[in-house]
Design a protein around this ligand. Structure first.
Ligand code: PLP
Length: 481
């Protein structure tokens, strides 16, 4: 630790932790986190995936004002355990099946720690060459591991960048498409299309990008809840006939409610002739294409403008890490690049480097590539495949158990590791079943609606979730249905 500068004005020096205290507190922190995970792995009696506190309980348990003097680190860490852990929703618990997984893993956490400790700002190549170049490399690695088309690799017009979330990735796609189609002047004429089943982030992004709500067209789905490409074609043709300009189609590969897969090739057939940008949101399902047997999910991807999937969902890399790939980054730069004098430097001026600040809305950026690099090196591509395959197989077993139970039925076709089910007695019975599952403390699930009917979703995919945990959930459903 650098020497502290002694105060010359009679005030006390800033009370930093010493290097030795930092080492010791760091060990204690990792010990605490390992113990937190052990609590799930040993089936401790009070270990539950879902939240148990009432609204306001955590806030009320904490001091209402900050301490005037610094406190010992042990006291802070002890309060995390005593006051905060009981108020957690335990996303890393093997019985957590809500929403989509938010996988963390030990190598990822350690990569995050190293990122924080190195304290880099990666907005420009020159503000951290290693941060920029590792991100380029690790996204090329990820593109190779996931079988993505070469056009998304660095070195040509395209490339990848880590965004904080899929919402930010699709916002960037929408901003680039908006400006490529004429920007502010053309804005009132522009139209955007997405399916009724698209994630709500698309609608939010469209509004953030300055469009009015009516400029977003909601394309109906087919029987499997995927976008109906014929309906899209009809909507686009009607809009063109009315003098509107189709600006972007946002397709989803692996929808949030049911894991449905929009027909990307057919969508490109519609979007291509009218010059609309095609963005593919594969936030959750994209992780599965590390397995060659799931690469059909990439059909048509060699024709789209941008693609995103989240290693922070199902690929062992803790939030935030959304991989956003563009076939050509120039339109995004045209939208987002503003160069004030204080950010100018020789390398950027020479056009010799990637400056990731032009690939995102904020200026500053963290060294997120580290945790993905730690994960890819620790697990290897085969380890990542094993992770996906274990969950896909466990979900298939669960779906078979649901189909074998006369009181239950699948509410949508099984998609990868997402099982959507309902009780044959109707919405109230499905809702009651899910409440009973969650109250058991053995599993935690969340719901959606499909075709206006209440559906219980089981998103298998937690880092520590094994076939045995999923079989336990199947037993629970049999008992409670
Ligand atoms: N797109 C899809 C298909 C999703 O399922 C989700 C979240 O579950 C999102 C986008 C939003 O992801 P993020 O939280 O990374 O913005």
């Amino acid at each position: 630790m650098p020497d502290q500068i002694p105060a010359t004005d009679g005030s006390e020096p800033v009370p930093h932790m010493s290097t030795d205290e930092f080492r010791s507190a760091g060990r204690d922190t990792v010990d605490f986190l390992a113990g937190y995970l052990d609590g799930f792995r040993t089936d401790a009696p009070d270990s539950r995936p879902g939240p148990t506190v009432a609204p306001g309980e955590v806030y009320a348990s904490l001091p209402s004002s900050p301490p005037a003097e610094g406190e010992p680190f042990e006291a802070i860490l002890a309060d995390v355990e005593r006051l905060l852990v009981p108020g957690l929703t335990n996303w890393q618990h093997p019985g957590f099946y809500g929403f989509f997984p938010a996988d963390s893993s030990p190598p990822s956490v350690l990569g995050e720690l190293v990122s924080a400790g190195l304290g880099q700002q990666g907005m420009l190549w020159s503000t951290s060459p290693a941060c920029t170049e590792l991100e380029m490399l690790v996204l090329d690695w990820l593109a190779e591991a996931a079988g993505l088309p070469d056009r998304f690799r660095s070195g040509g017009p395209g490339g990848g960048v880590i965004q904080d979330s899929a919402s930010s990735s699709s916002l960037c796609a929408i901003l680039a498409a908006r400006d490529r189609a004429g920007g502010a002047e053309a804005l009132p004429t522009l139209r955007i299309y997405t399916s009724e089943q698209a994630h709500s982030s698309i609608e939010k992004d469209v509004l953030v990008a300055g469009f009015a709500r009516h400029q977003l067209r909601s394309v109906p789905g087919d029987d499997a809840f995927a976008m109906d490409a014929d309906a899209l074609a009809a909507m686009v043709a009607a809009d063109v006939a009315d003098g509107h300009v189709p600006c972007l189609v946002a397709a989803t590969v692996g929808t949030t409610s049911s894991g449905a897969v929009d027909p990307v090739s057919a969508i490109c057939d519609v979007a291509g002739p009218v010059g609309a940008w095609v963005h593919v949101d594969s936030a959750w399902a994209g992780a599965a294409t590390v397995c060659p047997e799931h690469r059909h999910l990439l059909d048509g991807l060699d024709r789209v403008d941008s693609y995103c999937f989240n290693p922070h969902k199902w690929l062992l890399t803790n939030f935030d890490c959304s991989a956003f790939y563009l076939a050509d980054v120039q339109p995004l730069h045209d939208s987002l690049s503003i160069v004030p004098e204080y950010l100018r430097n020789t390398a950027s001026d020479a056009g010799a480097v990637v400056d990731y600040r032009d690939w995102q809305v904020p200026l500053g950026r963290r060294f997120r590539a580290l945790k993905l690099w730690f994960v890819m090196r620790s697990y290897g591509v085969e380890g990542l495949r094993a992770h996906i395959r274990a969950h896909v197989a466990a979900a298939a077993d669960l779906a078979a158990r649901v189909e074998a139970n006369p009181r239950l039925e699948l509410a949508a076709p099984l998609s990868l590791s997402l099982v959507c089910l309902r009780h044959v007695d109707g919405d109230d019975a499905t809702e009651a079943l899910m409440a009973a599952v969650n109250a058991s403390g053995r599993a935690f699930c969340t719901h959606t609606k499909l075709a206006d009917r209440y559906v219980m979703r089981v998103a298998v995919g937690g880092t520590w979730t094994t076939a045995a945990h999923v079989a336990d959930l199947a037993d629970l459903l049999d008992d409670l249905a």
